[in-house]
Design a binder for this molecule. Structure first.
Ligand SMILES: Nc1ncnc2c1ncn2[C@@H]1O[C@H](COP(=O)(O)OP(=O)(O)OP(=O)(O)O)[C@@H](O)[C@H]1O
Length: 254
């Protein structure tokens, strides 16, 4: 049985990529934002559906202060500086610091409405910032949005094999292909001597990806200027080497 819902009449989204992480805090929202920037700069009409309902951080990274508007029937996404269409709970709350203390079914209903009741205007690629983890809420999102494939975000820690396996199992349960893996905070490059340091431990991402037959891998460094851009709402102005890495990675997803 297919529970997945249809878009609103007049909306159009060609491809949907879910960005998932087996656990929180690995930089899933950061990678979603950067992938969207990479896609938009590569010429695709890009959108972000922020399905991280209780921890929405996308509008802040893009410096969006305005709220989403509605004609009483459909919601209009807010466009970023470079034209990325964005919908997020933070665009609906009176204050971005208001907590969202909803239970699973309400959260899932909200994500569903972001798909069915938003006027997505001629979108080539939509990135979905999925709720963290592999529990009830991400599963419900998979059931309501026709995700074409997922990108898994991890960091190089001991538990990463198990965490990736959880994400892989979730994807296979939902019958969604894995398009690639991003190892975030993979290393730190010393700005003075340019030597690389593996702050969170040695990377095993190649072995792990090979184990699951995934050949598309990107490795992004810890970069304080990237974090500063996200904090300042200027993620679209970021031009570091990892954006080039993500553009190359993005081209392997399409
Ligand atoms: N490569 C990076 N270099 C420097 N800082 C980073 C990098 N990636 C993410 N960060 C910072 O780490 C923090 C967590 O990132 P982010 O919010 O994207 O994680 P998340 O996985 O989406 O979290 P959650 O699971 O809570 O939704 C943010 O402050 C972000 O700016």
């Amino acid at each position: 049985m297919d529970f997945r819902k249809s878009l609103h009449e007049g909306s159009s989204v060609k491809k949907v990529i879910g960005v998932v992480s087996g656990k929180g805090g690995v930089g899933k929202s950061m990678i979603t934002s950067l992938l969207a920037v990479a896609a938009q700069q590569s010429g695709a009409r890009t959108a972000i559906l922020d399905a991280d309902i209780t921890g929405p951080s996308i509008p802040r990274a893009f410096g969006i202060k305005s709220k989403a508007s509605s004609d009483g029937v459909v919601l209009m996404p807010v466009s970023s500086k470079t034209g990325i269409q964005i919908m997020s709970t933070n665009l609906l709350l009176a204050n971005e610091t208001d907590p969202v203390i909803w239970r699973g079914p309400v959260i899932a209903g909200c994500v569903e409405q972001f798909w069915t009741d938003v006027m997505w205007n001629d979108v080539d690629v939509m990135l979905v910032d999925m709720p963290p983890g592999t529990g009830d809420v991400p599963l419900t999102v998979f059931q309501s949005i026709p995700v074409d494939g997922i990108v898994i975000v991890t960091t190089p820690q001991e538990l990463v094999g198990m965490i990736v396996e959880k994400a892989v199992n979730m994807a296979s349960t939902m019958n969604v292909p894995i398009l690639g893996i991003v190892e975030n905070m993979s290393y730190f490059e010393c700005p003075d001597c340019k030597s690389r340091h593996e702050i969170f431990g040695k990377s095993h991402i190649e072995e792990i990806a090979a184990q699951y037959g995934i050949s598309n891998i990107a490795k992004l460094p810890i970069d304080s200027s990237l974090a500063a851009n996200a904090d300042a709402g200027t993620v679209e102005d970021y031009s570091g080497a990892d954006l080039a890495e993500l553009k190359a990675f993005y081209s392997t997803l399409m």
